[in-house]
Design a protein around this ligand. Structure first.
Ligand SMILES: CC(C)(COP(=O)(O)OP(=O)(O)OC[C@H]1O[C@@H](n2cnc3c(N)ncnc32)[C@H](O)[C@@H]1OP(=O)(O)O)[C@@H](O)C(=O)NCCC(=O)NCCS
Length: 181
């Protein structure tokens, strides 16, 4: 396998590893109730942002110790979101992906562009067998993004997750290496 060259550039974006200084930028995004509503986390506090960023700084190689790759999404030199890819089964090369975008930059395909780039990396560089994305069934924007990025709707789990005081349904999207052949 060739070594991974970071950052990744797409048509409009720069995807780069996290730095401590990102805590403030990500706090601005993740502290918004409209961003956190379907996430497992409550809106982030400043301290939460610092802790999360410290963890994510170590996630720079899917095949490294962390088994994960966490990117900050930069658009015109501003942090506008993140994409994280992590192994759920390292031995069998099965991974999961998650994403968040600042709503101020929504509706222009920027999240889709970032997710496509990370899926390309997962399959073309890391030779992953399968990538999944899970979301609250009410999170229509996230489901549309998964479909736009080429993932297939695979499952709808009824009331499988207790989240923020209620049972919620989970939708699962997946992509196989063989889907891309
Ligand atoms: C999920 C989330 C990233 C989706 O954001 P988004 O703005 O809808 O996604 P994109 O940036 O890819 O933009 C897609 C929209 O831009 C439009 N668009 C415009 N130009 C486009 C282009 N060049 N390429 C693709 N789409 C384009 C699409 O048609 C789509 O609009 P639509 O939803 O009205 O059909 C965002 O809602 C979010 O961060 N939510 C909070 C966090 C969250 O829930 N994360 C997921 C947890 S599972």
């Amino acid at each position: 396998m060739t070594s991974l060259t970071l950052p990744i550039r797409t048509g409009r974006l720069l995807l780069r590893p996290h730095r401590e200084a990102d805590a403030g930028h990500l706090h601005r995004i993740y502290s918004r109730p409209d961003v956190a509503v379907y996430l497992l986390d409550e809106p982030w506090l400043e301290e939460t942002a610092r802790e999360k960023v410290s963890e994510r700084i170590t996630k720079t190689d899917l095949d490294g110790k962390s088994g994960a790759l966490a990117f900050v999404i930069e658009y015109e030199q501003a942090v506008i979101g993140d994409v994280v890819l992590w192994f759920t089964d390292r031995e069998r090369r099965v991974a999961e992906i998650g994403w968040v975008l600042d709503p101020q930059h929504g509706g222009r395909g920027l999240a889709t562009e970032a997710v496509r780039a990370v899926l390309d990396l997962a399959f073309d560089h890391y030779r992953v067998h399968r990538v999944t994305a899970q979301m609250d069934e009410r999170n229509a924007a996230s489901a549309k993004l998964a479909a736009r990025a080429g993932m297939q709707h695979e499952a709808h789990l009824r009331q499988d997750w207790w989240s923020k005081g209620e049972w919620t349904d989970t939708v699962i999207y997946g992509m196989l290496a063989s889907d891309r052949a």
